[in-house]
Design a protein around this ligand. Structure first.
Ligand SMILES: Cc1cc2nc3c(=O)[nH]c(=O)nc-3n(C[C@H](O)[C@H](O)[C@H](O)COP(=O)(O)OP(=O)(O)OC[C@H]3O[C@@H](n4cnc5c(N)ncnc54)[C@H](O)[C@@H]3O)c2cc1C
Length: 214
């Protein structure tokens, strides 16, 4: 566990924010997560690193969960406060050179966009498509950090995205090159359904990588 000072909190929506903290030279591979806890408390939670491998600071994207044990308190942190950070952990790592075909599909629900933000920040010239599912169109967290024509925002609660419906409905309607490397991150229901849809379209299971948040 290392103590990292909070540098800034950037509110993206009423319930979602970026926590920016000191990096303190912590190494990580894009796609990995860290654990965060407030000093003097026992509850720690996992957060995928949102910033890029070469950034001087470390960022995570957090959604405040109603009645959650940890996130309402993280939301109240101020610049100068400290958090205990451990890691990095996890196998949802992304090293594009490993893939013979440079064709990537990133599928996220909610804050599951975080690893993809880090992938694209770390490797700016990727050939990717990002499908992001949220309830409302205003939850398009930092979409301006991605190339506009590569993103599809799927909304279930309003018509302010590119596609009205779940990411899985969108995926089901798309042609997918079976050689695409597919990365899925977010809630388990989406991941299970997207996995079935992609493998049903001929994507081999070894080309599908998953990170379940809850
Ligand atoms: C590998 C990994 C990486 C993660 N990365 C992130 C991340 O980058 N950003 C992030 O916000 N969360 C992330 N999470 C979830 C995070 O660790 C916590 O579970 C979440 O912040 C809730 O903590 P809490 O104590 O406030 O809620 P708790 O009191 O622990 O309540 C948990 C309940 O909240 C709901 N929940 C959990 N996460 C979310 C979410 N993101 N959106 C909506 N509902 C949720 C679930 O129903 C869950 O049962 C990740 C989880 C894992 C396993």
């Amino acid at each position: 566990m290392n103590i990292h000072k909070i540098i800034a909190i950037r509110q993206l929506t009423e319930h979602t924010f970026i926590l920016q903290m000191e990096r303190r030279n912590m190494p990580f591979l894009t796609g990995q997560f860290i654990t965060i806890r407030r000093p003097g408390t026992i509850d720690q939670r996992e957060y995928t690193v949102y910033s890029g491998e070469k950034d001087d600071v470390m960022e995570v994207l957090v959604r405040e969960v109603n009645y959650g044990k940890v996130t309402p308190r993280l939301k109240k942190l101020k610049p100068g406060d400290q958090v205990e950070v451990d890691g990095p952990f996890g196998f949802f790592r992304f090293q594009p050179n490993m893939f013979p075909v440079q064709d990537f599909l990133f599928v996220a629900t909610g804050t599951g966009i975080s690893p993809f933000h880090s992938f694209v920040r770390t490797y700016p010239n990727l050939n990717y498509r990002l499908v992001h599912g949220v309830r409302y169109g205003n939850e398009c967290y930092d979409h301006e950090h991605f190339e506009k024509e590569r993103i599809t925002l799927c909304t279930t609660g309003d018509q302010n995205g590119h596609f009205n419906g779940r990411v899985t409905d969108y995926l089901a309607s798309q042609e997918i090159n079976p050689e695409t490397q597919c990365f899925l991150c977010g809630n388990s229901e989406m991941i299970q359904q997207a996995f079935d849809i992609l493998s049903g379209k001929g994507v081999p299971v070894q080309n599908i990588y998953t990170e379940v948040y809850f």
